[in-house]
Write a protein that binds this ligand. Structure first.
Ligand code: ZN
Ligand code: ZN
Length: 471
């Protein structure tokens, strides 16, 4: 038995200081004289705004052709850094006639929209479009929906995979592969984006059942290494308190966030307080409706969302002046040019506005520039409908730590629990743990905190092709 893991995403060396990169792994399994190749995620790497092209392939994607053809592909969740390159030609061309794309039911419902959105966004920007409509359809035809968490046999008696929720967003999953050859058995986990705590629309990742405890963690989500973050509840309370205060003094609140589950859930929370709320963002409203439907649910942990209290805008920009008095506007930031851009442009100069970034703000994005304005000359340069606009920022800008990845202080003990039954813990004392999806400093922090284990990391060249098992 020989198993190799190759990293095609992430960032290498100095580039890892500037970002996380895309997620893209290749798992090669050689057993009984046969070779199997699995692709786990293939997302986009985002260059800073203002660059000629808004998207990039995973840094190592060109190397995909060096590997055997793909037997099956998986997409852990619908975020663009995980799934948006699957319909690219260099990926499709490596698929066999019967290659399947496995994903959870909510991911299956959202993915076609995310791919179509990327196409129309690139079209509007007059940049190279990553794929044609035919390419998208060619990918979607391969889709096999996982209706609920459980075990899937890929090659009967040889390779199977346990697919479980990962707590990060609606439909997100972790994968644990089981490979068997005669009496040899090994289980390898891929965390996907992973949250130990409860997040917006689902609850925190549970441990796998005992018979699926991994021997090796092929990849673990390191997004928030190095930062000691407050708890979700504390940050949600602060967001609510600040919003209430601004509304009470007659001002407005502008929330900009990812269309996915941030926007609908923050809208729901503010609506529950009796604050008039406007929701603006076509994709966001689509997502929210899907999340409320049968197609948007795949496990018991998925939380219901209710948008009854919010006004859903029919025309972009409609929220301004929709209510007579103070209100909260929740707008999706999209790929930097979502509806939020216009609201930022027309509200940032007002000193009776609270601008809320509920979670992570992507460096280089409009929101990031607004948040940074107070550290420079008080102005922000933002991109609205393809034009750069310089606006003074008098609004109160607050970022909150509502993060949908594990805090490091929760993740480290979780890794310990995950590997408690590892056969390598018993034999060598140092099971392998792959550290991915983190900046240079985040990966450092995880590496230091896990010094008792045998770690390898995506930003180090020699670690990008690693032999997990050679028996
Ligand atoms: Zn994600
Ligand atoms: Zn991610």
């Amino acid at each position: 038995m020989y198993i190799q893991l190759s990293e095609l995403g992430g960032r290498i060396r100095g580039d890892a200081r500037r970002g996380v990169g895309a997620s893209c792994h290749v798992l090669i399994i050689k057993v009984y004289g046969r070779t199997y190749c699995y692709l786990i995620d293939c997302g986009m790497d985002f260059s800073a705004m203002g660059n000629p092209v808004s998207w990039e392939d995973p840094i190592g994607l060109a190397g995909l052709k060096e590997f055997p053809e793909i037997n099956d592909a998986f997409v852990s969740h619908v975020h663009r850094d995980h799934g948006s390159c699957l319909a690219r030609r260099p990926v499709l061309s490596r698929m066999k006639k019967n290659t399947r794309l496995f994903c959870s039911r909510p991911t299956a419902a959202f993915l076609p929209h995310v791919l179509a959105d990327q196409r129309s966004f690139s079209d509007r920007r007059e940049e190279e479009v990553p794929y044609s409509v035919d390419d998208i359809n060619a990918l979607l035809e391969r889709m096999k929906i996982i209706f609920k968490p459980g075990v899937l046999e890929l090659v009967p008696g040889i390779v199977s995979v346990c697919i479980l929720p990962s707590g990060h967003t609606r439909g997100s999953c972790q994968l644990i592969f089981l490979v068997q050859e005669n009496r040899k058995k090994v289980k390898i986990m891929f965390s996907g984006d992973y949250a130990v705590h409860d997040t917006f629309s689902t609850v925190g990742a549970l441990l796998p059942p005992n018979n699926w405890s991994p021997d090796i963690i092929g990849s673990f989500d390191c997004t928030f290494g190095g930062l000691l973050l407050k708890s979700w509840d504390e940050e949600m309370d602060r967001l609510i308190m600040d919003s209430r205060e601004m509304i009470a003094r007659g001002g407005d609140v502008l929330v900009f966030a990812s269309a996915f589950d941030y926007c609908p859930i923050v809208a729901q929370k503010l609506g529950e307080l009796g604050i008039p709320v406007c929701l603006d963002g076509y994709s966001m409203v689509n997502f929210a409706h899907t999340m409320c439907s049968e197609d948007g649910v795949w496990c018991e942990q998925d939380q219901t969302i209710m948008l009854d209290a919010a006004h859903v805008c029919e025309r972009p920009g409609e929220a301004l002046g929709y209510f007579d008095g103070p209100c909260a506007i929740v707008a999706s930031s999209g790929t930097g040019q979502g509806p939020a851009a216009r609201y930022l442009a027309s509200m940032a100069y007002r000193d009776d506005v609270l601008i809320v970034a509920p979670g992570l703000v992507v460096p280089g994005s409009n929101g990031h520039r607004i948040m940074q304005a107070k550290h420079s000359d008080g102005y922000a340069l933002i991109e609205v409908d393809g034009e750069m606009i310089r606006t003074p920022v008098y609004a109160r800008c607050e970022q909150y730590g509502l993060i949908t990845h594990s805090r490091q202080q929760d993740a480290i003990p979780r890794i310990g629990l995950l590997l408690e039954n590892s056969q390598f813990l018993k034999s060598t004392g140092h099971p392998l743990v792959g550290l991915h999806h983190g900046s240079f400093s985040a990966l450092n922090a995880y590496e230091n905190a896990l010094s008792g284990l045998q770690t390898f990391r995506g930003d180090i060249k020699k670690d990008r092709d690693i032999v997990l098992v050679d028996w």
